[in-house]
Design a protein around this ligand. Structure first.
Ligand code: PSV
Ligand code: MN
Length: 424
């Protein structure tokens, strides 16, 4: 399904006067307004190919209908999102959940929807039907060299697949670890993993990066071999300049100060980017900003401050991806909400009076520092985000347009009620 641009324009015309009023109200107070809008226009978030269908838990899955049944339909779905908000201009593939049968055709389809291929993700956390050796006891850490070889070869194959699509990074997330004390020699597991990663690293094209994603627990519950940012940093430091640490917001122990982690990784030039989501307890994979939007803002505040201090390009120097699951919401509506939450947090961070904050920090004025941060956080920046969208050809109110055009109903008509997307 392709969205007719005229329908978006029609909807925008209907809301334009109200938008102008709220936009002008906020615009008046922002000295570098045009720069802010241009940064919002440029900022693009990659959508995971594994999260376009209804997600499940180990207790069940309640599919919603009209889900994409193949990679072509997934690209079509992301194209729909991008047409609505002009901020989801990339796709992140998970292999072998989504193997392009014909890379040239898939690339052409993505280009038609104005989409690029972001990082490709390998999968050594599940056994595939045709796979000779099992990952039950890990992959890159495995005690058996032959299993490690199989996992290394898979990652190299994913790089090759990504090259054909124009990707420039490989994300490695390992479920490796142990469920019980005594099961694993930590040091050996670490060394095996490091050596395996070194082999994968050696296969990277010179303009590629490798992202090493950490996670505190699950599916292993006693130890995880890339369990936190320190461990990931240790691997990426040993690997070399093309290796970076990827932060998935749901992969920390409760109450971790993620913004501080982000700040320090950036200081060391080792932050890869993000898997955005939100959580209450663990890796809940909820809609970005649905539980703790203040945390998201504080993370973006560190990002903006850190990127500016290094002269980095906000849109392109880090990888921005969503990694979420949708158990009770329409996946496309959920993704629209997630992108909106990211754009809002970014816009708020752009409004922080950094000069004043620095001054307050220098004189230990804790109260003023909080006032400065919260002044930005409490600003309703939605008109700025909407303005950036409209200028790029998107909808003033993407979710409303999605609903009023009956996009899901049309997808169900085209694809059927009972379709299950590969992925989470
Ligand atoms: C693991 O929980 C994770 O965050 C990794 O990024 C995986 O690739 C993704 O979720 C899908 O399982
Ligand atoms: Mn992730």
């Amino acid at each position: 399904m392709l969205l007719d641009k005229r329908l978006i324009e029609e909807s925008n015309n209907h809301h334009l006067a109200a938008h102008k009023r709220s936009y002008e109200y906020i615009a008046g107070g922002i000295p570098d307004l045009e720069t802010v809008i241009q940064k919002l226009v440029a900022f693009q978030v990659a959508i995971p190919s594994w999260a376009l269908g209804t997600g499940g838990t180990r207790f069940g899955r309640f599919s919603g209908g009209g889900e994409p049944g193949n990679l072509e339909q997934k690209i079509e779905d992301i194209g729909l999102l991008h047409a609505l908000n002009q901020s989801g201009g990339a796709i992140s593939l998970h292999i072998p959940w989504d193997i392009p049968s014909n890379a040239t055709e898939i690339k052409a389809l993505a280009t038609m929807h104005d989409l690029k291929f972001d990082a490709v993700n390998s999968n050594t956390f599940q056994d595939q039907a045709d796979q000779p050796l099992s990952y039950k006891f890990g992959s890159l850490q495995h005690v058996d060299k032959a299993v490690r070889r199989q996992a290394i070869d898979h990652n190299i194959e994913v790089i090759r697949q990504g090259e054909a699509l124009g990707s420039k990074a490989l994300t490695v997330w390992l479920a490796d670890g142990s469920c019980f004390p005594g099961q694993l020699n930590f040091r050996k597991a670490w060394q095996n993993t490091c050596e395996s990663l070194q082999e994968i690293y050696a296969a990277l094209p010179s303009d590629w990066k490798i992202f090493v994603e950490y996670k505190a627990y699950e599916p292993n519950f006693y130890s995880t071999t890339v369990g936190d940012w320190g461990q990931s940093y240790l691997y990426t430091s040993k690997l070399g300049p093309q290796a970076f640490t990827l932060v998935d917001l749901g992969h920390h122990l409760p109450n971790a100060n993620i913004e501080q982690i982000v700040s320090l990784l950036m200081m060391e030039g080792k932050l890869a980017g993000f898997h955005f989501n939100d959580s209450k307890y663990g890796d809940d994979d909820l809609t970005v900003g649905s539980i703790d939007p203040y945390q998201l803002f504080l993370i973006f505040n560190e990002l903006v401050e850190g990127m500016d201090s290094k002269g980095m390009d906000h849109a392109n120097d880090l990888a921005w991806m969503i990694d979420a699951s949708h158990n009770v919401k329409d996946p496309l509506e959920d993704l629209l909400q997630s992108i909106e939450a990211i754009m809002i947090a970014y816009a708020q961070a752009l409004l922080v009076d950094t000069a004043a904050l620095k001054e307050a920090q220098e004189v230990n004025d804790v109260v003023r520092a909080q006032e400065i941060l919260q002044a930005a956080f409490r600003t309703d920046v939605r008109p700025l985000v909407a303005e950036a969208r409209v200028r790029s050809g998107g909808a003033l109110h993407p979710l409303q347009v999605f609903r009023s055009l009956g996009v899901r109903a049309q997808l169900i008509r085209e694809r059927g009620q009972v379709t299950v997307a590969t992925g989470l």
